[in-house]
Ligand binder design. Structure first.
Ligand SMILES: [Zn+2]
Ligand SMILES: [Zn+2]
Length: 377
């Protein structure tokens, strides 16, 4: 095994570089993992282009360190592990494993209450230097990570989908769905499609999917939506009204992160309805909060990460509940990471874009430029 590896390194806004860096060396209780696939998330895109929440020029402190390797949705195979790690996670060399995207401290107030997804230090793979992400040939699963085994029998990109799917399922849990509910999911990207599959598993009266791209609505139907509406051409409000004696939807889940989805949801919900927000917004959203209080007395719930949903997500993937061959629409080699980010940016061209660090690299791109530089050309 070479002592160096290819890795994407964050140098700043829109300045991510493919570099050769040392293969990390695992400490006590840690595992060295050979990365098989890493998904590119909308949050990676927003971080790359410099959304204020990541770079500290908004109301909250910066969320990303410099010189970090990004990538928080991944799967890989264990190369090196000691007895401490073997015992804690019940895994061994050669096992295919995912790690939850947050590495909890297990000491803070939230961790002590089991609410580890709100861990105060909030070390998420690929955003903090202490927990480098998966856009590299190898990565470390730190001792505090939460690790789950995944079947070798599914494509790597599908296995890495455990991360977005667990997030989607957590949002569904937040919605406390009942059998008679009419549930609306806005946005049929990876998270929205995962929500639809999760909502379907809860067996409500109707699962309504909203998007403006016909192919994504098609996928929504395959994931379990019984009604799909194109927000550009269909009148979602009248469809929902017709289904609910004019009252409105019981539950609305937003997976768009688009400012227009917020008033849309507040509008589609009945009085005493439940709004679940999973979106990460590029800018603040303005709505009339009176609709939440005086007009409808809504429950407005946030959702973040996928706590306690990973085992279910992995079972759903292994059982092929979702059409993952279509959802995992693009797989690229690591040195095409820029093309991958751009593909995610053009939302309608892809669903889930993944990088396969183990795959053969084509003889062009950023990698080649670096190689030439390394040789002194
Ligand atoms: Zn993500
Ligand atoms: Zn903590």
């Amino acid at each position: 095994m070479s002592s160096t590896m290819q890795a994407v390194v964050i140098h700043g806004r829109e300045d991510y570089r493919l570099e050769r860096i040392p293969v990390p060396v695992p400490g006590p209780g840690e595992a060295l993992v050979k990365v098989q696939a890493v998904g590119i998330c909308a949050s990676d895109l927003k971080c790359f282009h410099g959304a204020p929440m990541y770079w500290g020029d908004g109301p909250i402190p910066p969320n990303v360190d410099l010189l970090v390797t990004p990538g928080h949705e991944f799967v890989g195979e264990i190369v090196t592990i000691d007895d401490l790690g073997r015992q804690r996670w019940g895994v061994d060399t050669g096992d295919r494993v995912v790690a939850e995207q947050i590495v909890p401290c297990w000491k803070c107030w939230f961790c002590r209450r089991g609410q580890y997804w709100m861990c105060a230090p909030h070390n998420i793979f690929g955003f903090r230097r202490s927990v480098n992400g998966a856009m590299a040939e190898y990565m470390i699963y730190p001792a505090d990570a939460i690790v789950h085994k995944v079947s070798h029998d599914i494509p790597a990109a599908h296995a890495a989908f455990a991360e977005p799917l667990s997030c989607a399922l957590h949002a569904v849990e937040r919605a406390s769905i009942g059998f008679g509910d009419v549930v609306v999911v806005a946005g049929c990207g990876p998270i929205g499609l995962g929500m639809i599959a999760g909502v379907r598993a809860k067996s409500p009266a109707h699962v309504i999917a909203l998007d403006h791209i016909p192919e994504k609505l098609d996928l929504a139907a395959e994931c379990g939506a019984d009604i799909t509406l194109n927000v550009d051409t269909d009148n979602a409000e009248s469809v929902v009204r017709d289904l609910t004696e004019g009252y409105g939807a019981d539950v609305y889940l937003d997976a768009t992160g688009h400012p227009s989805a917020v008033p849309q949801g507040l509008n589609l919900l009945r009085k005493l309805g439940r709004y679940v927000e999973y979106g990460v917004f590029g800018s603040p959203v303005t709505v009339d909060w009176t609709i939440i209080s005086d007009v409808k007395e809504l429950d407005v719930l946030g959702a973040h990460l996928g706590p306690y949903c990973w085992p279910t997500a992995i079972s759903m993937i292994e059982a092929k509940v979702l059409p993952l061959d279509r959802i995992c629409s693009h797989q690229l080699p690591l040195n095409d990471f820029r093309a991958g980010i751009d593909l995610v940016g053009r939302g309608d061209a892809s669903v889930k874009v993944s990088l396969l660090p183990g795959a053969e690299s084509p003889p062009w791109g950023i990698n080649d430029r670096h190689r030439r530089r390394a040789r002194g050309h």
